[in-house]
Design a protein. Structure first.
Length: 320
């Protein structure tokens, strides 16, 4: 078994997102065309001796464009919850040391926490040679969040239900986009409460299916939609003006991803994305990143450095 595994956790974009009314369990059904992109969080996971406590360190990567306080309890972090859920599923302790370096902003609708959880499941499966099937991993992933099952593999997929029904596309679309990272933050639960308070939004999964009908092609920028947009504008009132300003500058519509607050503009190619990101930053003073569609890379084995073998690899919080 390897003693150390590294993994990259990609952000995702919702090219189309339809949301239905809540059911008796207060959960909302969704239909979404999701695509993972090459904006990654970085995880390093060490296998510890059986008598050790697991330790977790979460910090911002030096390349992160938008940071915020990491002010949540370690046990509330999705990657940590994924590790605890995996231990419960296999019925034994799997002690690890996790160093999670985040590039994906928090509260952005880019699926950063969900992607971290998915990458952690894959990494620990490799680290302990568990050889869990995709079905087993999905069963562990589903209770963690609607985006986690998709982000186990990433790529391009039609995601339905509460995120558990993932129909993968055979190939990634030739997607180029600029992702804008505003300072405002949208809390998913609050956005959904605003959504429930709004009237007149019919559930339209068929509209998502039409947009995703040919996943080998990039859709037209004005064909995309997100049913949570109005709710996100209520949650973060400054967001509406920022989306409008970027849309004017880009001369094509910008679209929210997930529950926000990040939003994106589809671009024609890499050069278009690079120049648009630079224009958004210089003219509007907003962090912007040019991205492309990218599948989630598999976790890989690595050689531990000698200093990591003698003691705790990184400072962090312990969990038994």
């Amino acid at each position: 078994m390897p003693s150390i595994v590294v993994a990259e956790a990609p952000a995702k974009l919702n090219l189309a997102l339809a949301v239905g009314p809540p059911g008796p369990d207060r959960m909302h059904p969704i239909a979404s065309w999701m695509v993972s992109v090459d904006l990654f969080d970085h995880l390093t996971v060490w296998r510890l001796e059986p008598d050790r406590f697991s330790r977790y360190a979460i910090l911002w990567h030096r390349e992160a464009r938008r940071t915020s306080d990491i002010d949540w309890s370690i046990r509330d972090d999705l990657a940590v919850r994924a590790h605890l859920a995996l231990e419960a599923a296999v019925g034994r302790r799997l002690p690890i040391q996790l160093k999670l370096e985040k590039r994906i902003p928090v509260g952005a609708g880019l699926g950063g926490g969900s992607s971290d959880a998915a990458a952690l499941l894959r990494a620990v499966d490799l680290l302990y040679d568990l050889r869990l099937s995709d079905r087993d991993l999905c069963a562990i992933a589903e209770p963690l969040g609607a985006d986690v099952p998709f982000l186990l593999s990433g790529g391009s997929a039609l995601v339905q239900g509460r995120g558990e029904h993932v129909t993968a596309s055979p190939a990634l679309p030739p997607l180029h986009a600029v992702v804008v990272l505003p300072a405002c933050r949208c809390r998913t639960a609050s956005v959904y409460r605003h959504f429930d308070a709004l009237a007149g939004i019919a559930f339209r999964p068929d509209a998502v299916q039409r947009i995703a009908a040919d996943p080998s092609r990039t859709p037209a920028p004005d064909a995309l939609f997100n049913d949570l947009t109005r709710a996100a504008f209520r949650e973060a009132p400054d967001l509406e003006g920022l989306v409008a300003a970027v849309s004017r500058l880009a001369e094509r519509p910008a679209h929210l991803t997930g529950s926000g607050a990040a939003f994106f503009v589809l671009c024609d190619d890499d050069m278009h994305g690079m120049y648009l990101a630079r224009a958004i930053e210089t003219r509007l003073d907003l962090p912007a990143v040019s991205v492309r569609a990218a599948a989630a890379p598999p976790p890989v084995e690595s050689q531990p450095q000698a200093r990591h073998l003698a003691g705790d690899p990184v400072a962090g919080e312990r969990c038994p």
